[in-house]
Design a protein around this ligand. Structure first.
Ligand code: ADP
Ligand code: TYD
Length: 229
């Protein structure tokens, strides 16, 4: 057995203690994925209230964001602004980098402040949605920087088939977005599966059957979060 003795001066000790504290305080980053109407927002809200009830700091956010780039994207998906599919994919990648890095309320800042960040959609949405129109390699390339900066501690995929998701959307809303058609959502659904398979070595993904009740889904998510923390 080898025993290593090392002597730390007061300054080094304080430095190490500071970094340990930072590591302990850094929150978890959890991304929620699924096709439109799969139940992501409902589960984000449920998880938020459960974590907060335990006294945890929670910051909920979403993509596209509501900052300037995200707002421009929303005019496109609502059909008010026209743009090429490549432009749209690049705007989402830019919105994501700003979402991560901006110094006002960026995700990195929030994590460093000790918040658990729950994000309704992240880069798997880009892989799934934009690859309906173009090569997934390119979509993954333009999102590479975001992946290098921050991979989710866990991505939760709520698996709902397109027909059921569309039924939920139509029951609850009078207007539908650009992507909320059966053809589009079927392509997106297939792409999610392809993307998860391609990235399985580097990404931690939990698939949950979205046909279950909201409570049953919430319970599975809660169990996974408990194991992770
Ligand atoms: P998303 O954020 O993925 O678009 P929402 O959470 O807004 O989905 O849910 C879409 C609709 O489906 C909402 O009306 C919601 O009440 C309903 N919903 C969500 N989860 C379930 C579920 N597990 N079973 C039945 N309806 C659900
Ligand atoms: P939103 O109203 O937030 O839909 P939802 O409640 O289902 O999340 O609209 C976001 C739309 O943008 C949704 O159709 C998915 C799409 N999207 C992309 O195409 N690429 C992306 O990178 C992201 C994050 C979302």
């Amino acid at each position: 057995m080898v025993v290593l003795f090392c002597t730390l001066n007061d300054r080094d000790f304080k430095k190490i203690a500071y970094y340990c504290e930072q590591m302990i305080q850094t929150g978890k980053f959890i991304a929620f994925e699924g096709i439109d109407g799969s139940g992501k927002s409902s589960q984000v809200a449920l998880l938020k209230s459960r974590l907060q009830a335990l006294g945890q700091k929670v910051y909920c956010t979403f993509e596209p964001t509501d900052n300037k780039i995200g707002s421009l994207i929303r005019t496109i998906i609502q059909g008010e602004t026209k743009a090429d599919n490549r432009t749209i994919a690049a705007l989402f990648a830019a919105d994501r980098l700003h979402h991560l890095l901006n110094e006002e309320d960026g995700i990195i800042k929030k994590l460093n402040e000790g918040y658990h960040v729950l994000c309704d959609r992240y880069y798997f949405s880009s892989y799934a949605y934009h690859s309906v129109h173009m090569d997934m390699d390119w979509v993954s390339e333009i999102n590479q920087k975001s992946a290098e900066i921050l991979r989710p501690d866990l991505t939760i995929f709520i698996d709902v088939k397109p027909a059921q998701a569309l039924q939920r959307i139509q029951q609850n809303r009078s207007a539908t977005d650009l992507y909320e058609t059966m053809d589009m959502l079927s392509g997106v659904y297939d792409n999610y599966k392809v993307a998860f398979e391609r990235m399985k070595e580097v990404e931690k993904v939990l698939r949950i059957n979205g046909d279950d009740s909201m409570d049953a889904i919430g319970a599975q998510i809660w169990q996974a979060i408990g194991n992770m923390m």
